[in-house]
Each structure stands twice: as C-alpha cells, then as structure tokens.
Ligand binder design. Structure first.
Ligand SMILES: [Mn+2]
Length: 306
C-alpha cells in the first residue's frame, strides 16, 4: 500500500504502519458530481494538513485514540468519468475491507459515497446507512446525471433499503413526496431541534452494522462554512458531537466518510473542524469497544474496531 507523505495527525506518532493499523484513511479528491460551489477536490489535503494541529489526547475520553493505529493512504489517481470513479473507489474500499481495516474516506463531493456503500455491502450483507446532511439527496437524476451529489441517497437506497437521514433541511417537493410514499426514516433538522422524532427509537429500528456518511453542510456556518452547497441553520459543534456519540454508542459503525468540504485558501477553521470531527468519531468508535476510560495506552493495533 502506498502511504500518503503527509499522514493524518502526522508527523508519524508511531502509529501509521498500514499492516498494524486499525484504521485506514483514504483521501479521495473527486469533485465531478458537484452542482454549485467547487473546491471539494482540495479538501482531503486541507483536512490532512489541518489535522497536524490537533492534539492527540482527547480530553473527554481521557485517552489518545491514535494508538490504535491510523494509516493514511496516498490519494489515488481518480478517473474523470463518474462511472469509472465509482468502480475505482469500490475496488479500493473493497481492498481495505479485505485487509480488515476500519475505513474512513475523506471526500471529495458526496457522489463518492455510493461506491463506499457498494463495497461495504459486499462485506456486510445487512448494512444500513446513516446520512447526516442538510440535503435529502434523493433525486433520481440532477443536471441530467444519476451520479450527481444531489442523487447520492437515491443511489445508496438501490443498495440498501435501510437508511436513516438526519439534519435534513433542504428538499424538493418530489423528494418530500418520496419520503412520504416510502415512509423513509428521516429526521429533519426541524424535527431534530423540536423533538418531533425520537432519535433513539429510529436508531434502534436500524439494523447493524452501519456505514455513516457525513456531509459537512450539515453543520452551522460558524463550525464549517466552506462547503459547496451551504444551507443555514445547521448543527453546532457540541450538538453534533452529542449526536455522533449517541450514534457510535448505539450502533456498530463499520466505516464512515466525510464529504463536501470545499477548499478555500483563507478559511482555516473549516478544515480544522473537519479533521477534529474525524478524530472525534474514531475516538467514539474505540470507546464503544474498550470503554471511555479503559487502559488506553495498551490498546492493541489490528482489526480491533470490527
Ligand atoms: Mn448536502
């Protein structure tokens, strides 16, 4: 495996060796599926650069999650044609899963997530998907293509009918009708804030294991402002961490992606928030396995998260 010269959280704190790492981070700088703002292809490198500023110690978990081993792969050469992009990413994620890695993909625009789900579904037959996003992404086609980022949940639902969408606050009338007709499990941002839906009940109804896709436009602008299709009224930082902590405690998450950050040269805040988000989620995953205050310095490497 060719590793990224600039490791996530690096310089190497002694945990980036691929063979012994529990986690494989795959940067996938594709933005062929965007419909508005550009910059998603610059996101993985911006997030990896920003991750170097993050403390390795998590003050809430009272631990250093990086000890489980986090290995960052070199960004692959990405085909321009969307269909070929999907095949390429499917093969890469499949290989990482064959090596028993907990897979984290850094996008890239949201259209990449269907390839991640395809690969995950091959390994985990009863896979569900949780999407945290401002947008429903349930259109069958957009701008004349089924592989637009605006269609990713429609593509994912062709692979698994078990999905839960959280934080949604932007959809077309057709998408709303589809949710109604098919009784899709959706917690809109309005319902999330007003308690109109029971999050714990929805999580309980969803079969394990789960792939989690996080579109950073789910966040409020004060947390992450550099994203291709921004929507006001998003998640605050602590609110998102509480939500994610609950998801990681209640569900067996077997991989996740973080998509739609848009590289903006003057914005240092957004990539830092995205990098810290990834590290926090990895900490939540480890905490589910060995407890929040376990004997973390002796955390074994290898496939402990699966
Ligand atoms: Mn979105």
């Amino acid at each position: 495996m060719k590793l990224h010269p600039n490791q996530f959280l690096g310089p190497d704190p002694g945990s980036c060796d691929y063979d012994s790492a529990a986690v494989a981070v795959l940067p996938f700088p594709y933005e062929g599926g965007v419909s508005y703002g550009r910059g998603a292809a610059g996101a993985p490198d911006a997030i990896i650069d920003a991750s170097h500023q993050i403390e390795l110690y998590d003050e809430i978990l009272k631990a250093e999650p990086y000890r489980m081993g986090i290995s960052t792969l070199a960004s692959p050469k990405i085909p321009k044609r969307p269909e070929k992009m999907v095949t390429a990413l499917f093969k890469m994620v499949t290989r990482l899963l064959d090596d028993d890695k907990f897979v984290v993909v850094i996008g890239g625009d949201h259209s990449i997530s269907s390839a991640c789900v395809m690969a995950m579904k091959e390994k985990y037959r009863s896979l569900s998907v949780i999407q945290i996003d401002a947008h429903a992404d349930l259109r069958d086609t957009y701008d004349g293509t089924p592989l637009s980022h605006a269609c990713v949940m429609a593509r994912i639902r062709e692979k698994t009918s078990q999905t839960l969408q959280i934080g949604i606050r932007s959809m077309s009338a057709e998408e709303a009708k589809r949710m109604e007709r098919e009784k899709l499990p959706v917690i809109t941002m309005h319902e999330f804030r007003t308690g109109g839906k029971n999050l714990e009940a929805e999580l309980q109804n969803l079969p394990d294991p789960v792939f989690l896709t996080v579109d950073v436009d789910a966040f409020d602008f004060s947390v992450i402002m550099s994203t291709g299709t921004p929507e006001p009224g998003g998640l605050m930082w602590d609110e998102a961490l509480s939500l994610l902590h609950k998801i990681f405690q209640m569900k067996n998450i077997v991989g996740f992606d973080v998509v739609e950050l848009s590289y903006t040269p003057w914005d240092r805040n957004s990539p830092i928030a995205a990098a810290k988000l990834i590290y926090k989620m990895l900490g939540f995953k480890l905490a589910r396995i060995i407890g929040p205050l376990g004997n973390w310095p002796s955390v074994p490497k290898g496939p402990i998260l699966l």
